[in-house]
Design a protein around this ligand. Structure first.
Ligand code: ZN
Length: 244
């Protein structure tokens, strides 16, 4: 089993954010990269983002936006800006990107780890952002470590016996993977929503039982310019500057 793993999620075709994160990941020399889904949707560069993840990630999940772009989820269930960007993405998606996205599933398992794009009770749509959703996530799994993406909020939760602890995990948060069970969300590479516009990711070290939440700055204005050039909804470009 890989001893050190970088976890990325919710890239959303933000190539400049992904490129910066992969450079920061490389500096840590992990054994593997895992991606929790939503490679595309919202952002302007779906094909290079898919190609890089296909090349680099040892494990990758499908997210709701990936499935929406593929036509496997009904776009009526998405917000209007997401629908507009999904339709645009469909029009530019290469055959290679499509084939890669079609090969992905929203859940996976590794030794001691269960992975979901959204949550165990609904791997595509459910947000783990409440104590109730977190309790359900632990209830429906058995692995010591549960990884989820989807909410774009980095999160570190611990279940020790019956007590549930933790919450938002800003840069610098370190979680102990030792006693009790953990549910971690790395946050979003390409569209962070916790007020910090820098790209979010997570480094797991199973050898020392540590999880470390990281943030990486990237040229937000370059992604915004690409979104405006392509006529994607302006609100989607604007929010990147604020991390909301
Ligand atoms: Zn997402």
């Amino acid at each position: 089993m890989a001893s050190r793993v970088a976890v990325i999620s919710d890239i959303h075709a933000n190539w400049h954010a992904l490129e910066a994160v992969l450079a920061a990941v490389d500096a840590e020399r992990p054994d593997e990269i895992w991606c929790l889904g939503d490679l595309v949707g919202y952002g302007p560069r779906p094909n290079p983002s898919c190609a890089a993840v296909a090349r680099r990630a040892g494990l990758c999940l499908a997210g709701n936006h990936d499935l929406g772009v593929l036509g496997e989820l009904d776009l009526n269930d998405f917000a209007p800006d997401a629908v507009e960007s999904a339709r645009w993405t469909r029009g530019v998606l290469s055959d290679e990107s499509r084939a890669y996205l079609e090969s992905l599933q929203p859940t996976a398992r590794r030794e001691g780890v269960e992975l979901f794009h959204a949550s165990p009770r609904d791997p595509v749509w459910d947000y783990v952002l409440s104590a109730e959703a977190a309790a359900a996530a632990f209830e429906l799994t058995e692995a010591p470590l549960v990884l989820v993406g989807h909410s774009h909020i980095p999160l570190a939760l611990t279940l020790d016996g019956r007590s549930l602890d933790g919450g938002h995990a800003p840069e610098g948060t370190e979680a102990d993977l030792g006693n009790g069970r953990r549910l971690l969300n790395p946050g979003s590479v390409g569209q962070p929503r916790d007020g910090d516009p820098r790209a979010a990711w997570l480094l797991l070290d199973f050898g020392s039982s540590r999880a470390s939440f990281r943030r990486t700055a990237y040229p937000v204005e370059r992604t915004q310019a690409e979104m405006r050039e392509r006529g994607l909804p302006d609100a989607l470009a604007e929010r990147l500057a604020h991390g909301v």
